[in-house]
Ligand binder design. Structure first.
Ligand SMILES: Nc1ncnc2c1ncn2[C@@H]1O[C@H](COP(=O)(O)OP(=O)(O)OP(=O)(O)O)[C@@H](O)[C@H]1O
Ligand SMILES: [Mg+2]
Length: 272
């Protein structure tokens, strides 16, 4: 495991004094969201313990993207509260990885400047930005030229850069909406492993929307299974296999059982 991402603990001289990361639980109460007069979420509650990877899985159109978008402050909701360690969104740092990496990076900025962008917004010094990018490059084992523009990179390289940008400011929570769905298998495996390494090094809470059940279970501490709309929690299944999980995990009894149980619940909800 590469622990070079675990830099926030002791700010060095010349570095912005980033706050110590305190693992945050997430508490959602009474969340209500209507679209064109129809409820999507109606008085929805959810509790997520600190420092977990949560996979969000559910029927098409049940509101997976809307849920993480409301949590990330990308779209408004009609009522309810969403708190991170008791704090509002304005008091924490989040990262967001979009499904469509082609539209996620700024085309007019070189890839390295895309990754540095949130750090510059925070007003970090040049030295601090360079130090942080160096750590990310080492951690993601980057082999491509970050001085190229995004359109000069492959899809997998662009999504890697998007994830590096989301992680650059050391977010308390990272949201990912189907981050692998447009990637080939090799790239999916690579980025999946990188996310697991980041999680092991930093304990960053991740909310991962996935339509691939195997992947959802493989990465997760908790699998959040949603119903059709108006959306409720069908079940939250724990998967507490030790990390790092590997190819061998896929044939372990606990994995197979959790995947089968998730599938049962999913099918029950789709048929309902
Ligand atoms: N801006 C909008 N206006 C009206 N309805 C919307 C809007 N955005 C989403 N919806 C509806 O809300 C529901 C949830 O959408 P959302 O995209 O969150 O679902 P999802 O679970 O992410 O779907 P998918 O599996 O297709 O990614 C869908 O029925 C969708 O049609
Ligand atoms: Mg979606």
């Amino acid at each position: 495991m590469n622990s070079s991402l675990a830099t926030p603990a002791r700010p060095q001289q010349g570095q912005a004094a980033s706050a110590l990361r305190t693992p945050m639980d997430i508490s959602i109460r009474g969340l209500t969201k209507y679209f064109v007069g129809q409820p999507l979420y109606d008085n929805f509650d959810l509790d997520i313990p600190a420092a977990k990877i949560v996979s969000v899985f559910g029927p098409n159109g049940c509101g997976k993207s809307t849920l993480i978008n409301m949590m990330a402050g990308l779209i408004p909701y009609d009522a309810g509260t969403i708190l991170f360690g008791g704090r509002g969104l304005g008091e924490i740092k989040i990262g967001y990885v979009f499904q469509n990496y082609r539209e996620a990076l700024f085309p007019w900025l070189r890839t390295v400047d895309n990754i540095a962008y949130p750090l510059k917004l925070e007003g970090r010094s040049k030295a601090d930005v360079a130090h942080r990018i160096e750590a990310l490059v080492a951690s993601f084992d980057v082999k491509f030229d970050l001085h190229r523009y995004p359109y000069e990179l492959s899809g997998g390289q662009q999504q890697t850069a998007s994830i590096m940008r989301a992680l650059a400011p050391e977010p308390d929570v990272l949201f990912l909406d189907e981050p692998f769905s447009a990637l080939d298998f090799e790239m999916t495996l690579f980025i999946r492993e990188k996310l697991q390494e980041v999680f092991m090094a930093t304990g960053t809470t991740m909310m991962l929307v996935s339509h691939d059940l195997e992947e959802a279970v493989y990465l997760a501490d908790l699998i959040l299974l949603l119903t059709k709309r108006p959306t409720r929690i069908a079940e939250i299944l724990p998967f507490d296999e030790a990390r790092p999980r590997t190819i061998a995990t896929l044939s372990e009894a606990a994995f197979i059982h959790t995947k089968a149980r998730s599938m049962e619940i999913f099918q029950r909800e789709v048929r309902r």
